[in-house]
Each structure stands twice: as C-alpha cells, then as structure tokens.
Design a protein around this ligand. Sequence first.
Ligand code: HPA
Length: 248
Amino acid sequence: MLAIIGGSGLTQLANLEITRRQVVRTPYGDASGPLTFGHIKEHEVVFLARHGYGHTLAPHEINYRANLWALHDQGVTDVVSVASVGGIPADHGPGTLVIPDQILDYTYGRKSTYFEGSEAPVTHIDFTEPYCDKMRRLCMQAADLAGEKYFDAGVYATMQGPRLETKAEVNRLERDGATIVGMTGMPEAALAKELGLCYAAIGVVVNYAAGRGNNATAIQFDEIGRELERSMHRVRAILEHVVMIHAD
Ligand code: HPA
C-alpha cells in the first residue's frame, strides 16, 4: 500500500475520498496524528500530515519513529514524502520541483533509529543511496504526466531548525554539495530504510535559501505562503498520477 506524507502546505489532500481515520499505537509514542485512509481515483492510499493536521509540530518535535512505524504497521510498503524546501542555486527558485537522490544530515538530538536499547542488536543499514529508486522513478513519471518540469536529482540538506539559516550556513551547504535545504528530510528517510519501506521525496522549493535571490538580506515570509499555496496545487496533481501509476 502507498502512503503520502504531507509537509507544510499539504496538511490534507483535497482529492482524497476519506474512508476512515485511524489512531495507531506504536512502541515509540504517538504519530503526528491519526492516519487518514482513503481513495484517489478509486485507489487506496494513506495520508499523514507530518506536522500534525493543525500544523502544530515543529520539525524537531515530530515523532518520526512513530510516524513511519504507524504506516509500516498498517501495511504500507511505499512512501512518497512531500517537503517544502529552500533552493540554493540560482536555477532553483520558488516553484522548482526536485526529486532528490542524496541527503546531507545536519540535524541533532532527534530519535533517528529503531535499533537501540538493551534488547536491540546493533544494526547498520546501508544508506549509500538513501532513496528508493523505484519510487523516485514513479514520481518522475507522475510529474511528466502532470506536465511538470523537475530536477531529477538533488542533494537535500536537512537542518535542525526551526529557525532558517544564516547566509554563511547556506554558503557552507552549497560547498558541501547541497541544492535544497529543509528541516524534515532526516531522520525520516533513514527510518523508512530501516523498516524496508520504498521511500522517495518530492522537494518543493518555496523560497530562495537565506542570502540568495530575492532573500539576499532577509527571508520574505509572505512570499513563502503564496508559493506554498501555488506549488501544493501542482503537487496534488502529481500525487494523483503517483497513485494511479502505483496501482498499475
Ligand atoms: N530552509 C530550511 N527549511 C526550509 C526552507 C529554508 O530556506 N524553506 C522551506 N523549508
């Protein structure tokens, strides 16, 4: 079964015919909210709003372990995660879509593995390729069908937040090879991999990163709000195709 994890600007799916909502108990505590089960064009899909349905959880407050565990527990095998991000290079302005293929993790203090505690054997997962190729390709195919352009690769730098970056931090991220910057890419991707889920992300650029483009001296927050609305409309159309291709 396919799951969609929605980020900022995507706390619900207008094109989802909801059949039920389910609170899932996990050994790791509460997920961001009940899982929303439903259909898009008659195909079953589960939706979870990463920040909670009222957008009340900051990136570092999200219980990533509970979220992924709950989805896995309910029979989810494949996950598309939508994340709003800042764009770093000049050609990654607001409205750009990126299907990242790599991750840089600058987060700290987050519960980022299931393999801990006295009873769990020490386990190291292979994370050379952090995203699932099958799901990445499916997202690209869906974007093609929706008539949307996108970057078919990118390096997603995950920052701790909730504050945005300094200019120097963005310069450092660029030197490190990052093309987009967000706050929720990790540990989500690693936990998905630990559970054997086929997981990919769609990065939606809603602003130039700090110090870049029109944000050279300060972040224009009102523009982020407008871009979120515009882009998530496009993302919903892509997700509709993701669901349909996934069911084929
Ligand atoms: N930085 C970090 N996270 C973000 C940004 C950003 O510029 N935009 C949206 N999420």
